[in-house]
Design a protein around this ligand. Structure first.
Ligand code: ATP
Length: 364
């Protein structure tokens, strides 16, 4: 028996026929816990919107099944599913007031006027729209319109709330504040939510768990911390945050999941999560730019030459040429560190625990 409140089971969606076949969603499995927020994250065309639309019932799966609260809804029409969707473009009725827009679904359900008034008032308080009852959508800012859209979805008390890039029409500053608001409201209501975005920062700040998709497949499911610190492959490491990739070679095995690895002619000991590497194997070391420290060149260390030094106020970003690799290094609080110039020779240091090891993969 699956544990999730929302369960996607071997879900497939194929569009087109013959030579024009697109495997938009390619055998995915996902379990979402009750009350949690999961984001589907990935580059354009990876299948996240199609997945969301299948959960909503706007697309019928080619194969596989969808369960919500133990009920198979795979072929249930959208209006009979216990889901509501918040759209990118808000999709509000322009000729109705804010109150009427939010109350619309309850009216269709023929709830009593008293209930409609009470619930609408309550939800408007929850999303911070008190006082805006009589305005029309055109008299609201983008952020306020999106709150109306959220309220309109929440008032239906769905079992699963679906959000399709709800912030992409807002400017950068408003996006940041609105995503925090959405997270607070989601947690206060305790509603199980699936959120589609291609913005990794948005996914990291909002999610209990992030689902990384690529070409219709799920690459990794994990908490934001797990995805960042322990990406399962080069695609995920590259997609989430910035990453340096250094080719290495396993030269010895140590007890307790430690490996002896040679990189650029130097041997280092690295702890690994899983005991999957063999002596002699080529590996890929993932090193985040903020995990590297720089000092003046010392003998018998990993060294490089500064090719570029960019001051960004809160941090200094260096590109360091290490013969086989160009390594990006980010140093926070530049005023508290020695600042290096282009052409200077430096020693690079990092803590082995901040290295993440993957099986070797070529750049794609
Ligand atoms: P974006 O961020 O650009 O919206 P996405 O990850 O949401 O991308 P989808 O919209 O799910 O991706 O599309 C996945 C693939 O399926 C793409 O190659 C897309 O062109 C294709 N696709 C989506 N809808 C259809 C359709 N109705 N007919 C044919 N192909 C489709």
């Amino acid at each position: 028996m699956k544990q999730g409140f929302l369960v996607l089971n071997n879900l497939v969606k194929v569009f087109g026929t013959g030579e024009k076949v697109v495997n938009a969603v390619d055998h995915i499995d996902l379990e979402v816990k009750k009350g949690s927020l999961v984001t589907l994250l990935g580059p354009s065309g990876c299948g996240k919107t199609t997945t969301l639309r299948m959960i909503a019932g706007f697309e019928i799966p080619t194969s596989g099944s969808i369960y919500i609260d133990d009920e198979d809804v795979s072929t249930t029409p959208p209006n009979q599913r216990p889901t509501t969707m918040v759209f990118q473009n808000y999709a509000l009725f322009p000729h109705l007031t804010v109150f009427e827009n939010i109350a619309y679904g309850l009216k269709i359900r023929r709830e009593s006027a008293n209930d409609i008034r009470r619930k609408t008032k309550e939800i408007m308080g929850l999303v911070g729209l008190e006082g805006y009852e009589e305005r029309s959508p055109a008299q609201l800012s983008g952020g306020q319109q999106q709150r109306v859209s959220l309220a309109r979805s929440l008032i239906m008390e769905p079992k699963v709330l679906l959000l399709d890039e709800p912030l992409s029409n807002l400017d950068a500053k408003l996006r940041v504040s609105t995503r925090l608001e959405i997270r607070k409201i989601q947690q206060r209501v305790g509603i199980t939510s699936v959120y589609v975005t291609h913005d990794q920062e948005e996914a990291m700040t909002l999610s209990d768990r992030v689902v990384i998709m690529h070409e219709g497949k799920i690459m990794q499911i994990g908490t934001p911390q797990e995805i960042y610190a322990y990406p399962v492959n080069r695609f995920v490491a590259d997609f989430i945050g910035k990453a340096n990739f250094i080719r290495g070679h396993v030269t010895g095995m140590r007890p307790e999941n430690e490996l002896e690895i040679e990189i650029m002619g130097k041997k280092i000991i690295v702890p690994v999560q899983k005991d999957v590497f063999k002596e002699g194997a080529d590996v890929l070391l993932v090193l985040r730019p903020e995990s590297v420290k720089l000092e003046s060149k010392k003998p018998d260390t990993l060294t490089g030459i500064i090719r570029e030094a960019v001051y960004l106020g809160s941090q200094m970003v260096y590109e360091v040429d290490m013969a086989e690799n160009i390594i990006t290094v980010e140093i926070a609080n530049p005023q508290e560190h020695v600042v290096f110039d282009t052409g200077e020779e430096v020693t690079l240091t990092f803590q082995e625990k901040n290295l993440h090891i993957l099986p070797y993969e070529k750049e794609v």
